[in-house]
Design a protein around this ligand. Structure first.
Ligand code: GLA
Length: 496
């Protein structure tokens, strides 16, 4: 259940620093609307340690929630309007009417902050009505404040939509909110604003736990296993360094994020066809996933399709890498070739793979994307195994975890093409100065990088980044270079 509390002490590592944000938010709410808010809800951003672009192929990932978050103050009012403002005036205030269809006009090609709010409102309202909890959503006023940097790969959008969903559920009287339900609802929000995303970010924002990474699995069942770090705190730091390239996945979805979803889905279909295996038609395009293919292939090899073989091991995944090398060609596929090899007409192809979200491409890089997905899924399992079993030798543990992060970055750079030259520059400066593992995090194509750095090298890495990267630009912007640690998940705060 979503945590309900009347104090912020347990939510943050340094609650005294956060207290002022809450006091300011409540003060501004009163100034704006004339009354105190009834509730506050908060949801954090996340940083992914390892396992990028594999959640929508249904493979497990390993992020952690961070302390930076979005907080919303809410108050019920009579009528049928929702008023929404932000403490940051660059986000203009809005008001919308709750009509018979809920909310109209959610912009999905070039969404603004209000569209993210409307998407959270829309999914929460639909759920409340379908469950018979209300006949119609109440009207309310809301004030938002947030400090998760936007366009940085730290899931400001997930923090926002989780919170918008939570605020709407909460102000309509639902307080016992199942974590899993909240994840499922808020995942659909990003799709409403045009990104065909997986479930990692929302799950991390909801399930975050202080001092723990989260091993999140989507299949065979959705499961979150918090895992403490096996390294003595104080002997390492996680450093986040921004590449200063903004990465707004909703704006570039047609050539980046949504295109990758199409490519990995096509790879699954083609592998299934080449090996004469039937796959479940689930996943983001309802046309199957690479994990689904791996399970179906394993079952076909064993011969008993009903056998419970849905947990995949590292050797299972290694054999998938071999199948990718055997059956998919490197260098990209034209539409003609894919259509031909899948035995489809062009119209069937467009209908099944391109209709849900528009994408643009010259070639479809099926071999490269699938190889990234299977090798990254292996690295996540290896990372998690080390986290669970490492004992004692911190230096050695940091080295192994770091090398998995480095391999992950290489794969993002060369196979998945989700890095950026400026990101690569940061990575190489940090490694030369003593980072054990450095990689792009989240969707990529810019944004933040994450570095696992032995504490003894932390100052050296920071100084090198300032001297050799930020000083070559316009200096070091606020929050571009920060240390971070695992924070707690979303919460409802009543009676502060
Ligand atoms: C974005 C998406 C996630 C995930 C990451 C990449 O953050 O929202 O679902 O796919 O990119 O790992």
């Amino acid at each position: 259940m979503v945590h309900i509390t009347n104090s912020i002490t347990n939510l943050y590592e340094f609650p005294e620093v956060q207290k002022k944000r809450y006091d300011d938010l409540i003060g501004q709410f009163k100034y704006l609307y004339g009354f105190e808010p009834e509730y506050l809800v908060r949801a954090p951003g996340r940083v992914n340690l390892i396992g990028d672009h594999i959640d929508y192929s249904h493979f497990s990932v390993l992020p952690m929630a961070i302390e930076a978050d979005v907080i919303m103050a809410v108050r019920k009012i009579p009528g049928s309007k929702v008023y929404i403002s932000n403490t940051d005036e660059t986000y203009s205030s809005h008001c919308f009417t709750i009509g018979p269809r809920g909310v109209d006009n959610i912009e999905s090609t070039n969404p603004s902050w209000i569209d993210y709010f409307k998407s959270g409102f829309a999914v929460a309202r639909k759920y409340l009505i379908e469950e018979g909890i209300v006949n119609e959503s109440t009207a309310f006023q809301i004030l938002v404040t947030g400090n998760v940097p936007a366009g940085g790969g730290l899931s400001s959008s997930a923090a926002f939509v989780v919170n918008a969903t939570l605020a709407t559920l909460c102000i309509n009287g639902l307080k016992d909110i199942d974590n899993k339900k909240l994840v499922a609802l808020s995942v659909t929000c990003e799709q409403l604003v045009g990104v065909n995303s997986g479930g990692m970010d929302q799950a991390a924002s909801v399930y975050g736990k202080k001092g723990h990474a989260l091993f999140i699995s989507f299949k065979p069942i959705f499961r979150v296993e918090p895992q403490a770090f096996p390294i003595k705190s104080g002997s390492f730091v996680f450093l986040l360094a921004h590449s200063l390239v903004a990465s707004h996945k909703s704006k570039t979805a047609s050539t980046q994020y949504n295109l990758r979803v199409v490519e990995v889905t096509l790879a699954a279909q083609l592998l299934a066809r080449k090996t004469s295996v039937e796959i479940d038609l689930d996943g983001n395009l309802d046309m199957g996933t690479l994990r689904g293919f791996a399970v179906a292939y394993k079952k076909s090899m064993i011969g008993d399709k009903k056998a419970n073989l849905s947990e995949l091991t590292i050797p299972d995944l290694e054999s998938m890498v071999q199948l990718v090398d055997k059956h998919l060609s490197a260098g990209g596929y034209t539409v003609e070739r894919v259509v031909n090899e899948l035995g489809l007409t062009k119209v069937e192809f467009e209908d099944r793979f391109l209709a849900k979200f528009a994408v643009r491409f010259e070639k479809l890089m099926l071999h490269e994307r699938a190889k990234h997905v299977y090798t990254e899924a292996i690295r996540v399992l290896q990372f998690y195994n080390v986290m669970k079993t490492a004992k004692g030798n911190d230096e050695h543990t940091i080295k192994i975890l770091g090398s998995l992060m480095n391999a992950s970055h290489l794969s993002a750079q060369t196979l998945f093409e989700s890095s950026h030259p400026e990101v690569d520059k940061i990575i190489s400066i940090a490694r030369s100065a003593g980072s054990a593992g450095s990689r792009v995090t989240g969707a990529g194509w810019g944004g933040y990088t994450i570095h696992l750095v032995p504490s003894v090298n932390a100052q050296r890495v920071k100084s090198a980044l300032i001297a050799n990267f930020y000083s070559q630009k316009n200096g070091l912007p606020n929050d571009a270079l920060i240390e971070t640690s695992a924070g707690s998940g979303c919460a409802i705060i009543a009676g502060l």
